[in-house]
Design a protein around this ligand. Sequence first.
Ligand code: ADP
Ligand code: MG
Length: 526
Amino acid sequence: MYKRFYEFGISDEVLNALSDMGFEEPTQIQKIAIGPALKGRDIIGLAQSGTGKTAAFGIPIVERGTRLKKKNPYAIVLAPTRELAVQVAQELNRIGQNKGITSVPIYGGQSIERQIRSLKKGVHVVVGTPGRVIDHIQRKTLILKDIGIVVLDEADEMLNMGFIDDMERILKEVPKDRQTMLFSATMPEEIVRISGKYMREPEKVYVDAKSLVVAKIKQLFYEVREEDKIKALTRLLDVEDPSLTLIFCHTKRAVDDVSGQLRQMGYDAGSIHGDYTQSHRDDVMNQFRKGNLDILVATDVAARGLDIPDVTHVINYSIPQYPDAYIHRIGRTGRAGKSGIAITLVTPREYRQLRFIEKFARTTIRQANLPTRDDVKKAREKELVDTLEGTILKGSHSRYFPLIEGLLTRHSPRDVAAAALSLVSGDLEVDEIEGSAKLHPSSDQGFTKLFMTIGRKDNIKVGDIVKYVSAGTNIPGRKLGKIAIFDTFSFVEVQADLADKVIGALNDMMLKGKRIRVQPAKEKIA
Ligand code: ADP
Ligand code: MG
């Protein structure tokens, strides 16, 4: 297998560009994809996000490109979102900088006239969202007759976003004699079908099918009530002290709500979702990239595929609906071999959803305890002291010296300093989270009876059941009610609000060499 970029036999121009970009050696997917792609083979590339798929197809595109003779593009890349189209075009332009290969992004939301102008001037590579590409095809402002390379980037995402028909339509428009490359983090049925229909003996390059999640991402979840999420979030932000944090919410409204609340509490938070204009989205993204904003709150759509190098924390404020979305979201951290932390806030009733995600993303998400009020207070005090000392080092405080001299004639330095601090430190106090009450509900709450397909014949005892439940859920034995064991099945009572959690943890599990089912028993108990 190839180990270094020069071993692929690529041109000095591209090698120099790669070294300018800081790419020292190929990533895993690049190692296995670039060789066959350079030979013109069709490629199906499957690798988790953040593994360098762009360059895996970008280098062969640029290498196989010829300087512009015709005005029509020779390659087209389809990408699911405008942000991604922009990002991929940027990376292609960097790879192609010394070879004079140019790429332009075309996407909805940007003035179509501007795109028509740049297409008219002639470009080598078009990177577009499927909808806008079709638009240009219909207007005859994008001519596909010289296309020799087609790339479907983040194919699974394009599928999720409903672009499947557009994709097929574009695949039908391009010349038959071409190279087709498809990259994806997952391989749903429809994508397999498309590849069978539109690709010729594709070389399958798969990386690390064992886990779909980058190993360097630490994955945690916190159990909180919906109404305590904001407080939980700020505790985490205060204590974890992340450099750049990406927060995902399920709806646009939640994005506005969360980012608004964070700003009110003094965090530098921006937000993006589909309702904002493109220029606003670009602006916010740039601020975030540069670190002028510490926090970006976004919907899945807006943040799809974004590559921001220094995101240390991804926080799922709302739990993703599908395992794929989870993989994509948390793939925004731990980029290019760096480490990252992915945090998911889970309400008790979402517990099964979490287990479902774990199972299908083939990963483990550990439960952690929220920082205590004391932890947060210490973190805030440290932040205050750090800021203060930073100000002293910068020397920008000296203009207050005359004022202080005056004060010091009447008060002690200690009083003056403490009074000054008290003016800014109102937020050292930390809100209580009653959410913990949810985990220890009042005892008058009802129990739910669960039915388990394991019994005396399987050699199970009451103690075993208590042990399995607490190992799988952290629910202590005292939260369980009556346990009744019969020949081939058992009944277990658990506090009603914990029932989902127990089912999520135990259903389908192997116990005593047997796969068991757990479900609510038919009758309810008081
Ligand atoms: P993917 O499409 O697989 O999610 P990207 O192509 O966006 O991943 O790459 C993730 C990050 O890794 C980008 O910042 C990219 O510039 C960087 N990268 C890609 N290949 C290399 C490499 N060979 N060496 C160093 N960084 C790389
Ligand atoms: Mg990508």
